[in-house]
Design a protein around this ligand. Sequence first.
Ligand code: COA
Length: 330
Amino acid sequence: MGTKISGFGFYVPENVVTNFDLEKMFNTSNEWIVERTGIHERRFIASNEQNTSDISVLAAKKALKMANIEAEDLDLIVAATMTADHLIPGIGTIIQNKLGCKSIPAFDIRQQCSGFVYGLEMVDLYIKSGKYKKVLFIGAEVLSTGLDFTDRGRDTAALFGDGAGAFILENSQDESDIIDSILYSDGKYLKDLWKESPNSAQKGRVTIEDIQNGKIFPKMNGKTVFKHAITKMPAVVTELLERNNLTKDDITQIISHQANYRITQMVAKRLKLPMEKVFSNIHKYGNTTAATIPIAFTEAFAEGKFKRGDLIITVAFGSGFTWGANLIKF
Ligand code: COA
């Protein structure tokens, strides 16, 4: 028996932040951001009004409605996030409580921009093992409250947005399935995309110097990340196709992590696919890390990019470095 995505949905905060708004915060321009990233605007929570679990619950309610099940029918919650409301505990249990679920297992995974492809394999294997039957799987981030909106942090501050997406996964009664997944990591690139502080070796975890030196903000070697993303993502898609005796023409739509429109274009080019087959909505939301894939999946379906029975590939690359892809018969 396979695993079916029976419901999905997303939520983004109402507050739209354009590139012109960022121009007022640090030395940048709408032209630079659009040309280098394809991003026109993103959504930020209104500070102190919503947190990651709040936006997760709003996305989860849409997915539950589509799957036509109630929160009390769930028997597992998994949340992919690197921006939990608090460091302790994760958001899985907070979501369990806010949704009014029974006392089911609920936990977080991290994996940054690859969180959704990693978690999708894990949930798929849980369902196929027979251990859990109705799973809520969330990808959610509130990044805006942890970015450096000064000239020092302009390379990362221009990229990210807040958002949440949710899938309901169940035993499949038809051909729908998560057919296969391939995941990778390479930890030697730790410092090419990381946040140095808090640090477990540091007494008190965060020092005044960390704050003054901006070590509490994400740091990235953009060119290295770019180079690896445009290599690793097409390679893992090709490997997934070959392992399943498929060609790119069998795939109706690729739902790629939304990191940069130029990265998505390069993925399409290297796979020799037209852009119509590789979904992009980064112009509206920026990079929402673990939430990009469920948000893009939901919008692509709403736009008629795929239908039940079609083959879809989800693919991501992120900090760690981590990357991977899932082959889905929708
Ligand atoms: N506005 C204006 N200028 C900016 C800027 C901004 N927001 N951010 C960086 N710059 C400047 C830099 O300071 C640098 O200036 P310098 O040449 O005077 O030192 C210059 O732009 C960098 O230009 P370049 O290196 O050619 O940019 P790029 O084409 O590599 O684009 C990124 C930069 C960050 C957009 C690109 O590297 C990228 O998208 N990398 C991947 C990042 C990513 O996806 N991260 C998440 C991974 S999941």
